[in-house]
Design a protein around this ligand. Structure first.
Ligand SMILES: Nc1ncnc2c1ncn2[C@@H]1O[C@H](COP(=O)(O)OP(=O)(O)OP(=O)(O)O)[C@@H](O)[C@H]1O
Ligand code: SF4
Ligand SMILES: [Mg+2]
Length: 430
């Protein structure tokens, strides 16, 4: 590691509020007395995740449904016990503390959830709802009501609303009540798990703006979770992109949106709907389903959907040939074509001829299998000979610094950026 990097590391460590180091959370499915006698499925919801959050910043966390965002958030706050790894808050390893010390650390770490309704007791008035955490933590004795009214005003509600019930508020207002409640114990860090996803777009923007104002006024640090990239771009200083339990990319917001390094991030960005339907823009580039976190793909977890999967080195495909082989493989996997004749198949997928060499021979055998209506055979032959032999399948790409731009570092985990990929990884598609 170079001297400059070491120096920066020290500088960055200085204003770090939270550090997450190699954090994993696995769930074992199946429970009860007999479960220990059987092989249970292990859901690798969060698998070896590391990042830090600087004091006063908003780190956005984005990824498709089920990729582990909420599990990561809850494990960071120790609402869930980590399977492995550490969380340091203000330099203290949360695993090393318990009881009173952990309780008082929790004052400083609050969470806001997606559904503003679920977290508000319908039988309680809004004032006492906001006061509840103060009571639980034995804070602000004698001045709780005054503080609750002050906070209601700060979050954009009328202090007179103190005596109203949650059902008398709109969704956006209820989320504001949750904000006041989270702020009541004067935290430094708030995890916001899809806080505005249930709201209409215009209300969403207003609540986000209030959250930004509160951040400045109360010196807050946010971990902000959303599957919506435009929300993430609006609110975040830096953005972490999660895929199937792992972080694949992290960079400052403009840097990430302008120079995405990871093919998954690129695909996410390209799938943002284009506001003007006449404007050109690629859509639907993110094909296929997310694999199960019980049995994630070997190597790079994104490889089963990656449009840039690296060709196996043992075949001498040109870029065009590898692109054609991949297109053919995808079509076979999805059975998206009818076999009218051998010529049609060849013409559709390999208009300039099936490639030569060992790779071409595999393609020929796959075409033969399809003509015999043995689709499953063709599919596994193609998968085992090509996709499973890719360097992307053989090795987990390292999550490492790709660039130093602006004031921050840009991390990504993709073999395309690894040194020497051209020597060992064959040709690139795309
Ligand atoms: N208690 C649990 N037991 C077993 N599996 C779980 C449990 N909680 C979450 N999971 C699984 O862990 C994975 C990650 O779930 P998680 O809720 O963290 O994803 P998410 O990114 O927050 O999704 P969403 O965007 O839909 O909120 C999913 O496959 C989910 O089914
Ligand atoms: S490592 Fe391979 S499969 Fe994974 S993102 Fe990079 S190119 Fe795609
Ligand atoms: Mg979630």
């Amino acid at each position: 590691m170079s001297e400059t990097v070491t120096h920066r590391e020290t500088a960055e460590a200085g204003d770090r509020l939270l550090r997450v180091d190699g954090l994993s959370k696995f769930f074992t499915q199946g429970s009860g007395i007999l479960s220990s006698f059987f092989d249970n499925d292990v859901v690798k919801a969060v698998d070896d995740v590391s990042f830090d959050i600087r004091a006063g910043e908003t780190l956005g966390l984005v990824g498709e449904s089920g990729c582990g965002k909420s599990t990561l958030a809850r494990t960071v706050l120790r609402l869930l016990e980590p399977t492995t790894g550490s969380v340091y808050f203000k330099g203290v390893d949360l695993a090393d503390i318990g009881g009173e010390e952990l309780r008082s650390m929790r004052e400083d770490m609050q969470m806001i959830f997606q559904d503003p309704q679920a977290s508000l007791d319908p039988r309680m008035k809004v004032g006492p709802i906001v006061e509840e955490p103060m009571k639980a933590h034995d804070l602000y004795e004698g001045e709780r009501e005054e503080r609750a009214r002050m906070l209601l005003e700060k979050v954009g509600l009328d202090p007179q609303h103190y005596n109203r019930y949650p059902h008398q508020f709109s969704g956006g207002q209820r989320q504001r009540v949750n904000l006041a409640r989270a702020l009541s114990v004067n935290p430094d860090f708030i995890v916001c798990d899809e806080p505005t996803s249930a709201l209409d777009a215009s209300i969403q923007a207003q609540v986000l703006n209030t959250m930004r104002d509160l951040q400045d006024e109360f010196g807050l640090t946010y971990l902000f979770i959303s599957h919506d990239l435009s929300v993430i771009r609006h609110i975040s200083d830096r953005v972490a992109v999660m895929y199937l339990g792992q972080l694949v990319e992290l960079a400052e917001t403009d840097e990430l949106f302008e120079n995405p390094e990871h093919p998954y991030t690129e695909a996410l960005l390209q799938s943002i709907p284009v506001p003007d339907p006449r404007a050109s823009g690629k859509r639907g580039v993110l094909e296929g389903d997310v694999p199960s976190p019980i049995d994630p793909p070997s190597g790079c977890r994104f490889r089963t959907r990656c449009p840039k999967l690296i060709a196996p080195a043992e075949y001498d495909f040109t870029q065009e040939e590898w692109a054609a082989v991949r297109r053919f493989t995808r079509a076979v996997q999805r059975r998206t074509f009818e076999v009218e004749s051998e010529t049609r198949v060849r013409h559709e997928f390999f208009p300039t001829g099936v490639p030569g060499g060992d790779g071409g021979a595999v393609v020929e055998r796959a075409i033969e299998a399809i003509l015999d209506a043995r689709w499953d055979d063709a599919e596994s032959l193609l998968r085992e000979s090509f996709a499973d032999q890719s360097p992307c399948a053989r090795e987990l790409p390292e999550y490492e610094v790709e660039a130093e731009r602006g004031t921050g570092r840009h991390y990504a985990a993709c073999h395309l950026h690894a040194d020497g990929v051209d020597e060992t990884g064959g040709e690139l598609d795309g």
